[in-house]
Write a protein that binds this ligand. Structure first.
Ligand code: BGC
Length: 269
């Protein structure tokens, strides 16, 4: 696979692209030749900096502010994307938040905020993408599929996570939403898949990855013996979006160094 060209002539919209996995994924999509819509919610500066970096390297990019949990804002996000680049071929529904609390103390607003961004946001963006794929039809150079959707899930779509019930519920929801959508639209040539990252060093888990004692504790849960890098996920997203993955439909690709393999069982059951 020539990573320089696999997405040439395509347009990728990446939500939550001002930091972490989204930022790296947007950059990798651009390196693979796609024009990229860099969606952000509150951090305009890093989003603009990423756009400048992509443009300096000869690519095409645009930053667009939108709260993915807001129906009108998602409509405007796709309008801006189409106005700038004519179409959308790839959606990476990546935006995600954590609002952690033990169940007895979890507020309704902590619950709602996580469900709204992590689950409703993925629904709103996927629905907009499906509508856009249908409206625009196929174009030369935009790949074998009519369109591609990649949901950013988590190992916590299968691993229960005490103290994070809202987050685990949202990711469990993403899994069955993704597979249902994949089943529903595959006949039209729309490929829907997900990536389930494990512990990737980003701002969302800074406490667990930067402090040495927490880091050692975390490493015990990762058979491959290292914390993930955002590029580990970004490369998987480019592959899933490319024609090299054209027969991959309704699958979750775990990019987790083996975190979902019940690591405790290494020491006996
Ligand atoms: C969470 C991280 C966590 C990782 C592994 C991710 O989905 O956002 O905070 O480190 O799962 O537990």
């Amino acid at each position: 696979m020539n990573a320089e060209h696999v997405l040439k002539q395509q347009v990728a919209l990446v939500t939550g692209a001002s930091s972490g996995i989204g930022q790296a994924t947007a950059e990798a999509m651009a390196q693979a030749g796609a024009a990229v819509v860099v969606n952000y919610h509150s951090q305009a500066e890093p989003a603009q900096a990423l756009v400048a970096k992509i443009q300096d390297a000869g690519g095409r990019a645009l930053a667009v502010r939108a709260d993915v949990g807001d129906e009108d804002a998602v409509g405007r996000l796709f309008d801006e994307a189409v106005k700038a680049f004519g179409r959308v071929d790839i959606l990476v529904a990546n935006s995600g938040v954590q609002r952690d609390a033990p169940i007895g103390e979890m507020t309704l607003s902590q619950w709602n905020e996580v469900i709204n961004t992590n689950l409703t946001g993925q629904f709103l963006c996927a629905r907009a993408a499906v509508r856009q794929f249908r409206a625009q039809g196929r174009a030369p150079g935009s790949g074998r599929a009519l369109g591609k959707i990649i949901h950013m899930s988590s190992v916590h779509q299968v691993i229960p996570w005490a103290g994070h019930a809202n987050y685990a519920a949202s990711k469990g929801g993403v899994d069955l939403f993704m597979r249902t959508l994949a089943q529903e639209v595959a006949a039209e040539g729309i490929r829907v898949n997900a990536i389930a990252p494990g512990a990737i060093a980003t701002a969302i888990n800074q406490d667990a990855t930067e402090d040495e004692a927490s880091r050692q504790k975390l490493l015990k849960m990762i058979p491959y013996g290292r914390v993930g890098d955002v590029k580990d996920v970004a490369h998987a997203a480019v592959w899933l979006a490319s024609d090299a993955a054209d027969y991959v439909v309704g699958t979750t690709l775990f990019v987790d160094g083996g975190m979902s393999l019940y690591p405790e069982f290494r020491f006996g059951g």
